[in-house]
Design a protein. Structure first.
Length: 603
């Protein structure tokens, strides 16, 4: 109870996590991350080190419209490794053959790229608590230097009674058997999650967690699956579970996984760390199911700025070490941008750390303070998270324009975190030249990232946009002529009329692809200023003739699909985005059909 009272005093009443230093200093990226301790499953030699577990590629991809291709997942995984993420949850291998292949590719590539300091991320695969899932997950991640299997089963009364239709004793036995089976396969890094722990009986949780530790679990993840908890509940829950395990708590790492349904995911995660959790599960930009997850950038910067001064003796319970992570925050902005471009999910302008307005100041009083001393209104520098101010944004004084060569473009893309093979680079360079001829003032980083997203979307395309021509104006019915190259390599041309030029183009694409979709959202933004600015269009579609049902893996068989397209011509950019979304839908249907075929054969 003393811990609860002290947490309420420190966290509930606005004095979150200690006293405010009288002379705050801005964050500099050179001092914001710690030396990484040697990785040992279940043990962290540095008592203040917090492992960052990124689940963008698994939980994040479950956001409506955020379906990613295998190449996109590999690019993001590489960027997460550059960021310094300790564990990458690469996916749910049992969901489909394509998901298995994506996780396996990340394990083989990113999971074997050891840097000069010996760092290589753990590659993790999710599985339900049954042998088929676990074996599939292990086969997917096994090629990594550091593979991990993450298995879970629900423990809350409502989940056990209505979803699982199991008794608590049955759930306990399933959990133990799952961990033992993973161990029997040769996996020595096993994470166990009691789903909906935030609404579970703590005494039952302690019983389950104690049993799975005996069975071989090395990480115990405590999910607030529905975002139900508040910090002064969730933090003490972590402490209660650790104390309930006694000496067994020293053999495992406690973890948090907090959803954002009440907007408290970051606060709950930090509260968990303050009470002994040493792994935090999060996603880039906070994407995920429903309202999303704890945002990696928020968690990391909160620990970077507050960890050395507001935990330990100054923390909510007056004891324990200072907290730190191994994340290099200078890579936060490039990683955020990559995830935004690949998923097609825009970041809210007022989003902490990575929102477009995060370092913007409009009030005259604020502007006056910023001119005199930036620390008056900024607790970190934009440079510390990889965001350059003003004309530094195009990087190192290099302006990329129509006279720029392939090497200059390649160099800047590498600096932004994109590792491209020669074929991809050449395709992007051709598009770069086309746009640079029409756009005065050169292309900045946002332009380049938009072009990369375009090319990645089209690299695995079933249909590729070749040309769009529209006729419109007063007294004329808008008409579009669209040329697409199909999966068989044959170019086809279609003509359609619509209520506007974009509508006409979309109807022509529908006719050519024979895919019926509902356009759920359509948005366009100018990537930068100027009359020749490049426009980026983002769309979200869903199939009009499919009923939502639940696949046995837990994935719904009807999903939303996003697409992004960029061009100086708004109709072309709109068509590119629409074709990208349709291609994702087609590929998803292929994955779903393959999964159902495998299930039928096994049955």
């Amino acid at each position: 109870m003393a811990a609860v009272r002290c947490t309420i005093a420190a966290a509930l009443i606005g004095q979150a996590w200690g006293l405010v230093p009288p002379q705050p200093t801005q964050a500099r990226h050179t001092t914001l991350h710690a030396k990484r301790p040697d990785y040992i499953p279940g043990v962290i030699s540095d008592p203040g080190y917090v492992r960052i577990f990124d689940t963008t590629l698994r939980d994040g991809e479950q956001s409506p419209g955020a379906t990613l291709t295998s190449n996109e997942k590999l690019d993001i995984a590489r960027m997460l490794a550059k960021l310094g993420v300790d564990i990458i949850e690469a996916g749910f291998p049992i969901a489909s053959p394509d998901d298995f292949d994506a996780v396996n590719q990340i394990a083989r590539v990113v999971g074997n790229e050891v840097d000069e300091d010996g760092y290589v991320p753990v590659i993790c695969g999710l599985s339900r608590a049954n042998p088929k899932d676990i074996e599939r997950a292990w086969e997917a991640v096994k090629p990594a230097v550091r593979p991990r299997v993450h298995t879970f089963i629900a423990t809350s009364p409502i989940h056990m009674e209505t979803k699982l239709k199991k008794t608590p004793d049955e759930v306990l036995q399933i959990a133990v058997d799952a961990v033992k089976f993973a161990k029997s396969l040769g996996c020595d890094d096993i994470e166990f999650s009691p789903e909906d722990a935030g609404r579970s009986d703590p005494e039952f949780l302690i019983k389950v967690l104690s049993a799975v530790v005996d069975a071989g679990a090395t990480t115990l993840n405590i999910p607030d699956t529905t975002g139900w908890n508040v910090p002064w509940e969730f933090g003490p829950l972590i402490q209660q579970l650790r104390e309930g395990l006694g000496e067994k708590a020293d053999r495992v790492v406690f973890s948090t996984h907090c959803q954002n349904d009440l907007g408290l995911s970051t606060a709950n995660s930090i509260a968990g760390a303050a009470h002994g959790a040493r792994q935090i599960e999060c996603t880039i930009n906070g994407i995920g199911e429903r309202a999303g997850n704890a945002a990696l950038e928020e968690v990391v910067m909160a620990l970077a700025l507050k960890g050395p001064t507001h935990f330990g003796a100054k923390g909510p319970c007056g004891e324990g070490p200072d907290l730190r992570t191994g994340i290099d925050p200078v890579h936060i902005t490039p990683t955020s941008n990559m995830v935004k471009e690949y998923t097609g999910m825009a970041v809210q302008p007022h989003k902490a750390i990575v929102g477009a307005n995060a370092f913007q100041h409009e009030s005259g009083i604020h502007q006056d303070g910023m001119i005199k001393n930036k620390q008056t209104y900024e607790i970190m520098t934009p440079e510390s998270i990889g965001l350059m101010r003003g004309d530094q944004q195009s990087g190192a004084g290099i302006v990329l324009g129509k006279h720029s060569g392939r090497n200059a473009v390649s160099t800047r893309l590498n600096e932004l975190g994109y590792e491209l093979d020669d074929d991809k680079l050449q395709a992007i360079f051709i598009r770069f030249k086309e746009v640079a001829e029409r756009k005065k003032g050169g292309l900045d980083d946002d332009d380049l990232e938009a072009l990369v997203a375009d090319e990645v979307y089209s690299a695995q395309a079933m249909w590729r946009l070749e040309r769009v021509q529209v006729t419109t104006g007063s007294g004329v019915v808008p008409t579009a002529t669209v040329a697409l190259t199909g999966p068989d390599g044959v170019e086809r041309q279609g003509v359609a009329m619509g209520t506007g030029p974009v509508d006409a183009a979309y109807k022509a694409i529908d006719a050519l692809t024979s895919v019926k979709v509902h356009l759920e959202t359509y948005s366009m933004e100018s990537v930068n200023a100027g009359i020749e600015a490049m426009a980026t269009t983002k769309v979200v579609v869903n199939p009009v003739d499919s009923a939502t049902s639940l696949h046995s893996s837990g994935y719904t068989t009807s999903r939303k699909f996003s697409g992004s397209g960029s061009d100086t011509d708004v109709v072309v950019s709109s068509a590119r985005a629409y074709v990208a979304a349709v291609n994702k839908l087609i590929r998803w249907n292929m994955r779903r059909a393959a999964a159902e075929q495998v299930e039928a054969q096994e049955a």
